[in-house]
Each structure stands twice: as C-alpha cells, then as structure tokens.
Design a protein around this ligand. Structure first.
Ligand code: FES
Length: 246
C-alpha cells in the first residue's frame, strides 16, 4: 500500500483502563499496542492494510453494541475499550476452535513454533477442540512443491487472505486468489495450476505473511526455523525487509 502520513490531530481513549493518545485514524488494535496490550490477531499484519476477516481481534466499546474488530475500527475521542471480557474470551475461543479443528495438527500441544496458529490457540487458552483434530480434509488436494523456494500445503490454509493481499499490495502481482466458497474455500495460485505455472515471481511475500504454516520456505522445511527473525522498514520504501538469523 501507499505509505500514509499520520494525522496531526491526536485522540485520547482508554484501553483496558489505560489512557493512550494516538493520531486520529489509528486503529484500536494499534492504539492497544501503544498501550502495551497485544490483541490476538490472525489476519492483520503490520505490512498490510487491515482486512477484518478472522474475527479474533474483537473488542467491546462502552456504550456501543456489538464486538467490532479492533484492526478495522478507528479510535475515537474519549471511548472506553475493553480487549478482554467473558464474552470476548468465549468468542475468541470459539473462533480458534474452528480454525484449529480444520487444521491438520495432532494436538494443541504439538510443537509448532514456526506458526502463529497454535500459539494463538494457547494464548486464548483453548484447551479443548470438540470437533476433532484434522477431521476435515476437504482442502487436502496435495502439497504444491513446484516452486523452488517454498511449498504450499492447501490443507493448512485458513483462508485469512494474508498471502493474497501480500502478493497484491507488496509485490504488485496478482498471482494468488481465494477459490471456492464457505468452508471449502482455499487459496490457489490458479485453478489446476501450480505455483510454478502461475504468475508468481517467487518474491516470498506470501510466505512471510502466512500465519498457518501453509506456505513455508523450503530452507525452513529442511533446516528448521531460525532462532529469530526481524523485520525492518527503512526510509526508502514502505515494504520492510525480513532478515533471518540462524
Ligand atoms: Fe482483526 Fe483478523 S485481526 S479481524
């Protein structure tokens, strides 16, 4: 996306009892971060415009109905926001339970430090998945191993669209799309087409964006996850470079 300059008008609000002042137009999720609160999220990332699809980052605002997504809701002067409550915790657990039940993992204890999905499940204290792990294999159309740098496992896709948006917004390519509807929707590089045959230019933006281990670098598959990684954004462009240190 195009880098935007922050508004000069400042807004003060309260998040979980803490007062925070941020530029007008800031999302409540970002303001919460400023206040030291990390709201659980799956589809939002610093590198992309907010999308509001995963419904994990819900919040409550005093005097307003509903549970809006904090990644797409801008701050407003004087509002009082709660990022946790009995209702929010229950909704988040329910959302995560559905994601995890549709993901080929063996258990919640599985060691998947590479991926956000189970980390978040643990953070929202999901301790039971009633629908059975990997009961649903409707997306199991086989791993696409055609790209020399990364592989794609549709069974692990949670249809958050982060990869599709990274391809469009960061790379400016339109190689990826979401095909199908509802429960059987899945990301694809083109129906009946492998990544290698698609318009993909192997920039890796989609791999960086994937929170579910569905798109994964081949070096990670072979050598394991690096100890840590860092993303920096310099003054010359708004994209950000990812450095990995082994
Ligand atoms: Fe806000 Fe997904 S992070 S809806």
């Amino acid at each position: 996306g195009t880098p935007r300059s922050p508004s000069e008008t400042m807004v003060t609000l309260t998040i979980d009892g803490k007062s925070v002042t941020v530029p007008e137009g800031t999302s409540i999720m970002r303001a919460a971060m400023e206040a030291g609160t990390e709201i659980p999220k799956l589809c939002a990332t610093d590198m992309l415009d907010a999308y509001g699809s995963c419904r994990l980052c819900l919040i409550e605002i005093e005097g307003r109905n509903g549970t809006p997504a904090s990644c797409t809701t801008p701050v407003a002067e004087g509002i009082v926001v709660a990022t946790t409550s009995e209702r929010l915790d229950r909704i988040r657990k329910g959302v995560m339970e559905l994601y995890v039940s549709d993901h080929p993992v063996e258990s919640l204890e599985e060691d998947t430090e590479e991926f956000d999905l189970l980390d978040i499940a643990r953070k929202v204290e999901l301790d039971e998945v009633r629908y059975g792990f990997d009961a649903v294999r409707h997306r199991d159309s086989g791993i696409d191993d055609s790209n020399p740098y990364f592989s794609y496992d549709p069974a692990k896709c949670i249809v958050c669209s982060r990869c599709v948006r990274a391809c469009e917004d960061i790379q400016g390519t339109f190689a990826l799309t979401i095909a199908g509807r509802g429960f059987s929707s899945v990301m694809t590089a083109g129906t009946d087409q492998s990544f290698l045959e698609s318009d993909c230019v192997s920039c890796g933006a989609c791999v960086q964006a994937c929170p579910a281990g569905s798109l994964i670098e081949k070096t990670v598959i072979e050598k394991g996850k690096p100890e840590w990684s860092k993303i920096t954004t310099c003054a010359y462009c708004g994209v950000g470079c990812a450095f990995k240190v082994e």
